[in-house]
Design a protein around this ligand. Sequence first.
Ligand code: NAD
Length: 265
Amino acid sequence: MYNIDLSGKTGLVMGVANARSLAWAIAQPLAQAGTRLAYSYQGERLLPALEELTAGQDAALLECDVTDDDALDALFATLARDYGKLDFVVHALAFAPRVTFERPFIEVSREDWRVAMDVSAYSLVAVARRAAVLMPDGGSILTLSYLAGERVVPNYNMMGVAKAALESSVRYLAYNLGPSNIRVNALSAGPVRTVAARSIAKFGDMFTEAGRSSMMKRNIEGSEVGGMGMALLCEQLGSGVTGATLYVDAGFHAIGMFVPEGYDL
Ligand code: NAD
């Protein structure tokens, strides 16, 4: 797919739930370029799908709920033992209780705020701290964000606030880890039909609107997130980029005024 040789490189991919997952879209070109990957999954229920997807890859499949510090310690201890070092980490996971997408933001409870922030933002810090130990020669950490972290997008509510914290964490982590030649970046992806997207009220309408209103007049494909992910992760292409949030959204983020269809402004 890409003429890049990543044999000898190792990577951890977190957040593959099925073939539509953005984590999977990023993992595929990495694996095709020869990266030896390990995958972490949230719980037992996700294992069969992951086993099926990764059949043929020599990859460890490791359970890790990111809200559990012991599970994170165990994950990185296994990686240290079996992989020795890491070059890449893909952090492509998030969660907010369904009610936060359905009720006005002003009603968010303290507990729902805590859960969304813990899974969707703090987990990147918890992962980066452990991963950095396994990156003595440098490396690259990539997370996934969305425009709702910068602007109001109806119904995203708490997840928008968590993405704001995530993008800020990317910058602070990049600052901490830059001297160690470890880069930390986020991709801000346009809407893609995944399991996580289904929990967002009226996602279908927003998906259609994002495609219609984007500069390129279309939605993005998961594979386009995969391509940009590959560029940010691998040293040959992305060595000068850190602390950044890059958009893969067909230009939607840069539009200042949306013109109704058929209206000539
Ligand atoms: P997905 O449902 O395929 O992936 C979400 C993953 O998060 C799942 O694998 C799930 O198991 C994992 N997860 C949730 N809670 C977890 C926990 N406590 N511990 C470990 N893993 C946990 O959906 P996706 O759309 O591929 O989501 C991946 C990332 O992309 C998320 O950060 C999401 O916010 C972001 N994103 C998605 C879109 C979109 O439109 N799909 C757009 C921009 C950003």
